[in-house]
Design a protein. Structure first.
Lengths: 475, 193
């Protein structure tokens, strides 16, 4: 392979996951889209934040002598902790925080708490993408694949957590406290992650994955909470009279207030009068987290599904990693709509753990026993097919459940056994494909594309189902 | 413009410029000097290699002290001086290497004997035979005490010593040593069989 092609291939591995998660974050707001220019601005600001922080990290590393630090030297742990928490975690998160606060926080389009999730997530994804390019181009695809499941989701979800607190801070009476909370939480998470990464101890990789999983869990939880708040703002029947302007006697819904914020006709400090109680409240108070309590009384939230083309792009850009988010999103939609008693985050986490953990256990067992199975051996193929079977089982239970809802509404819904069998075969092939195969990445991409296309049948039926349900609800 | 915005702008612009500057002009490290030195050495650009090895030594001498690096740099520099026939400069470096080894490993360590042997070679080339002999005797004692009289490395030092004695026109003594060397090597050969 030529040098130019090799660089392009590495560039694809480097930017794919960051952009994939960014697109997931962008489309996660089902009730409306943030302006693309502001979203792109956040993404690029995140990328820009890499440069000053890398300079600072270099200086901090030199001052602490990190390059020459030996793991048996007496100052190894104090210096590693200081470098991880202050030299790297604080520098990176503070820079993201500063850029978010300075260039996005006061924008008129940041007009409800949920927007913090979008812009925070974008800053995180931008940072992860540029940082990934700087790591993957010089160090190769192994680093790229490892970072795809560690640093990239880490930065993205730390960004979402930071954005959650930013969103809360903008629409709350004690914003400074929320901002401080946000910074402390992400610096602590990031600091523990970096300590594990720099310590090079045997247990590091487990701690790294634990922190990433915790970050993803907290990020999704934060997103879910503000999604509820966004649904309340969109659908609440509560009305307020403005205290200024010409149309003082026209009551406003919460979504009208949001719209006026984005037009600059209202600012978060403006006061309005509650139509029912007559109490005067600022927009900050009205949009504060207290209104989440109204969520239960809301009409069923409409779902828009996802364009099949978009699904295929996500799936391809993230090397199939988008499956976890898709799996989560589907469960969430149905759990919310059908009031199902299940925990989507826990199920998605279960899928993630059950398909990633076996590889570590497998590697560990080989290390302990001193016996290694060659790629392509019967044991290796059996192991990979086993993981593919676990992955397919999770999907089987989800699709089986959904198809029972869909078959009542759709004339002909997708065949669960056929989709699962195809998925299993493709997943198995993808896993057993030897990296030494000529044009390995090309074949990997082809398999991912076909796998995505199989799942696209499910997405197509989901879209039809949500369309029918939305029409029914409207009538 | 708010204060936060001004701070963020300064961080973005100044930080990015500093990063780009440091990226384009990366600070020289011990490794980078060694790498460049070896490259110049392989291209027979000895003067340039010497310059890099001197700079590597300077970095190795700055705290926090890394003895492996210091030893490696001293050895590299002594070698490049030897190749360029800069024996006076090489002598200083070899003496420094010896001091470092004696301090780190103790005067009875075999590595100290090799240091003494290297310095003796330097003196021999420069015709300072008496000084060279004294050093070789000392090296021999250290090696014999630490590794035993029949060790192959003892034979190696004896060989050098015999070579020196020939230079000093003491052929009879040299022959005796050569016989001993032969005996040691034969014994080693028997053992190996």
């Amino acid at each position: 392979m030529g040098e130019g092609m090799e660089t392009l291939r590495l560039l694809y591995i480097a930017i794919g996951p960051g952009i994939g998660i960014a697109v997931f974050v962008y489309y996660s707001n089902k009730l409306g889209r943030e302006p693309a220019n502001l979203v792109l601005k956040s993404f690029f600001l995140g990328g820009l934040a890499v440069l000053p922080t890398y300079y600072f990290e270099g200086v901090a590393g030199q001052i602490l002598g990190m390059q020459d630090l030996h793991e048996h030297s007496p100052l190894f742990w104090p210096k590693t902790l200081l470098y991880a928490f202050v030299g790297v975690a604080l520098a990176e998160e503070l820079c993201k925080f500063l850029f978010l606060k300075a260039f996005i926080f006061d924008e008129r389009e940041f007009n409800e708490p949920f927007d913090g999730i979008i812009y925070g997530g974008m800053i995180g994804c931008g940072f992860a993408t540029v940082e990934n390019i700087m790591y993957v181009l010089p160090h190769g695809q192994e680093v790229g694949f490892l970072r795809m499941v560690t640093a990239v989701p880490g930065h993205a979800f730390f960004g979402i957590i930071l954005g959650y607190f930013m969103g809360r801070a903008k629409f709350s009476l004690n914003g400074a406290r929320h901002l401080m909370h946000g910074l402390v939480v992400v610096v602590v998470l990031h600091g523990i992650y970096d300590t594990a990464a720099f310590s090079n101890a045997i247990w590091s990789i487990y701690l790294i994955f634990a922190i990433i999983l915790l970050g993803i869990y907290l990020g999704l939880k934060a997103k879910r909470e503000l999604e509820k708040l966004a649904a309340v703002i969109e659908l609440s029947a509560k009305q307020y009279f403005p205290l200024k302007g010409r149309k003082k006697d026209v009551p406003l819904h919460l979504r009208d207030i949001r719209s006026l914020l984005s037009k600059g006709k209202l600012v978060p400090e403006d006061n309005l009068v509650d139509k029912k109680s007559g109490k005067i409240k600022s927009v900050r108070e009205i949009f504060s987290a207290k209104i989440i309590s109204q969520y239960k009384g809301l009409p069923k939230t409409p779902f828009s599904g996802m364009p099949v083309k978009l699904f295929l792009i996500f799936y391809q850009m993230t090397f199939g990693f988008y499956l976890y988010f898709w799996f989560l999103g589907n469960y969430r939609d149905f759990a919310s709509y059908k009031k199902l008693k299940l925990n989507p985050e826990l199920l998605a986490l279960g899928l993630f753990i059950c398909t990633i953990l076996p590889y570590f256990v497998y590697g560990l067992l080989q290390r302990i026993s001193g016996f290694s199975f060659a790629s392509g051996s019967v044991a290796d193929i059996s192991f990979n097919l086993g993981v593919a079977a676990i992955e397919s089982s999770f999907l089987y239970f989800q699709f089986h459940r959904f198809s029972s809802y869909m078959e009542k509404k759709l004339e002909k819904s997708f065949s669960v056994p056929l989709v699962i069998l195809s998925f299993f075969i493709l997943s198995g092939l993808k896993k057993v494909l030897l990296p030494t195969t000529p044009f390995y990445l090309f074949w990997e991409m082809v398999l991912i594309f076909i796998q995505g296309s199989v799942l696209a049948f499910v997405q197509r039926d989901l879209n039809l189902y949500w369309k029918i349900e939305n029409e029914r609800n409207m009538h | 413009m708010t204060r936060t915005k001004i701070v963020a702008l300064i961080v973005a612009v100044v930080g990015s410029l500093l990063y780009v500057h440091s990226y384009l002009n990366p600070p020289e490290t011990w490794e980078s000097h060694n790498k460049k030195g070896v490259k110049a050495f392989q291209a027979s650009h000895f003067a340039e290699a010497e310059k890099h090895f001197i700079q590597a030594l300077e970095l190795a001498e700055t705290p926090p002290l890394n003895n492996d690096r210091l030893h490696f740099s001293l050895y590299q520099l002594a070698e490049i001086y030897r190749i360029q026939s800069k024996f006076a400069e090489a002598e200083l470096i070899l003496k420094q290497t010896l001091e470092v080894d004696e301090e780190l490993l103790g005067p009875e360590h075999p590595n100290v004997a090799f240091g003494l042997n290297n310095l003796a070679s330097n003196y021999r080339v420069r015709g300072r035979y008496e000084e060279a002999e004294a050093l070789l005797k000392k090296a021999l004692k250290v090696l014999e005490d630490s590794l035993g009289k029949e060790h192959a490395l003892v034979g190696n030092i004896l060989e050098h010593y015999a070579h020196l004695l020939h230079k000093m026109d003491r052929a009879e003594e040299a022959e005796k040593l050569e016989n001993r060397v032969q005996a040691i090597y034969s014994a080693q050969g028997m053992e190996n069989q």
